[in-house]
Design a protein around this ligand. Structure first.
Ligand SMILES: [Zn+2]
Length: 464
């Protein structure tokens, strides 16, 4: 057959499009509904490839036995991880870990897996959520998280606990929780990322820059945690048995979770496969707790994750937002970094369960050096000098403070200008201990004739 010239082909093609458009214009125009194939009951926003594995037993139950539609967003690609299988690292490892995650989730029936592709942060003494928010380009990541909520229109969002805990306590884990919480609160507001919810000019033609999504308000927000102690989450949400047997799969949820994890071979090697082969599933059989961060549809706190959820959409529910404290004239001290941020973040996002959930805590190694930031607040009209005292249990050492360059050590006197904060960086050295144990550090200050504080930090010192 003689090839049709390119020009003729274009004319033919345009005339087909035009005929199609004429035919369509003769019907009453309607907007197409959101793509039903992507509607989710539950959207999981988890930080690294393999962090979804922590709740894989519950996700297996939701998908395979309760026929829930579950989608997963992984905020990083795990490019800073190890590789127990091969030599591939960094971006190459990220490509591998994306595939591992898709295979892992496919094993429990989940194939809607999105990657937000924030960088994987690693390598600091102490996790700080603010550092991960910085490296992940917070605003850009938030816009993407909002897009995934609008695309999947979930009833429930599940993410990691936005708090500093003793456990793995990775800053990317906390950042995923912060970004998911913010996205939960913003996705229903069409004035945020408005380009996502504006209608395309002509969806049947090309180059549309308006995305045509709908604003969407999810109904419930749940957190899960990698804390090494789970006493503080008791009673704040449902807890799922992992020794229970899946009615459809005829094996325990622990076994389904181990199988899901077994695909993450770069991180876990053959350990999960061996555990499955030898039926040594103890690590997977612990009950799986969640924290109900908030519900806009009621339901029991410890009831099922889908409790109270009906299919009808709900209206946008604005949160309280940041409110500056009232009657602030005075002097105060508080822990800086993530702790200072979370004190303001929880009330701003109506996370009423969070302020009382756990007091500031940190896990450090035996003999480890680590920094703590303290904020000295002066909201009076004059400069004020703070005399800071650090109360340390036996064996602890203050290595240095932020004033060490200007003054002979030890320097514990700091001046905050009027209506200003002074940030003190204190470097501590934990004692060498045989057995892991909790210890408490506290700070008080004398300033302008007042006693201020105490501020306390519980530290879990790991044994040698
Ligand atoms: Zn992780």
């Amino acid at each position: 057959m003689r090839p049709i010239s390119r020009r003729l082909a274009l004319i033919n093609w345009l005339s087909v499009i035009t005929l199609a458009q004429v035919a369509q214009s003769q019907q009453t125009p309607t907007n197409p509904p959101p793509d039903e194939r992507f509607k989710a009951d539950i959207l999981v926003i988890s930080p690294h490839p393999d962090d979804e594995s922590t709740i894989a037993g519950y996700l297996a139950k939701a998908v395979l036995d309760e026929h829930r539609r579950v989608a997963v967003v992984v905020t990083t690609r795990g490019d800073a991880g190890q590789n127990l299988v091969g030599y591939e690292q960094a971006r190459s490892l990220a490509e591998i870990r994306e595939i591992e995650t898709r295979q892992a989730l496919a094993s429990i029936g989940i194939d809607h897996v999105f990657f937000l592709r924030a960088p994987d942060t690693w390598g600091q003494d102490v996790a700080d959520v603010l550092r991960s928010l910085e490296t992940s380009n917070h605003g850009s990541s938030l816009g993407e998280a909002v897009r995934f909520i609008r695309l999947t229109r979930p009833e429930v969002v599940i993410t990691m606990l936005p708090a500093t805990v003793v456990g793995e306590n990775h800053e990317d884990h906390q950042a995923a929780g912060v970004i998911a919480t913010e996205a939960f609160d913003l996705a229903g507001d069409p004035t945020w990322f408005p380009e996502q919810v504006a209608a395309p000019e002509d969806r049947l033609w090309y180059g549309n820059l308006m995305e045509g999504l709908r604003a969407w308000q999810p109904k419930k927000l749940y957190y899960y945690t990698d804390a090494s102690h789970l006493d503080f989450v008791k009673g704040t949400g449902p807890e799922y048995s992992m020794t229970a047997v899946s009615p459809s799969q005829h094996v325990s949820y622990a076994r389904l979770a181990a199988r899901e994890l077994s695909f993450h071979r770069t991180q876990y090697g053959d350990d999960p496969a061996k555990a499955l082969a030898t039926n040594n599933l103890h690590d997977y059989e612990q009950p799986l707790p969640f924290v109900l961060a908030k519900s806009l549809v009621g339901g029991s706190v410890i009831g099922d994750i889908m409790d109270g959820v009906r299919s009808a959409p709900i209206a946008f529910a604005p949160v309280r937002g940041y409110r500056p404290p009232e009657n602030t004239a005075g002097l105060s001290i508080e822990l800086g970094e993530g702790w200072a941020f979370y004190r303001r973040f929880y009330p701003a996002h109506n996370l009423d369960v969070m302020p009382g959930l756990l007091s500031p805590e940190l896990g450090v190694g035996s003999g480890q050096h680590f920094p703590v930031l303290l904020l000295l607040h002066n909201t009076t009209d004059k400069p004020v000098t703070f005399h800071l005292r650090t109360q340390l249990p036996q064996g602890w050492i203050v290595d240095s403070t932020s004033a060490e360059h200007a003054h002979p050590w030890p320097m514990n006197t700091f001046t905050a200008a009027a209506h200003s904060d002074f940030t003190v960086r204190i470097r501590l050295v934990a004692p060498r201990v045989e057995k892991s144990q909790w210890q408490t550090i506290s700070w008080t200050a004398d300033a302008d004739g007042q006693q201020i504080g105490p501020v306390t930090l519980r530290v879990y010192v790991g044994g040698q």
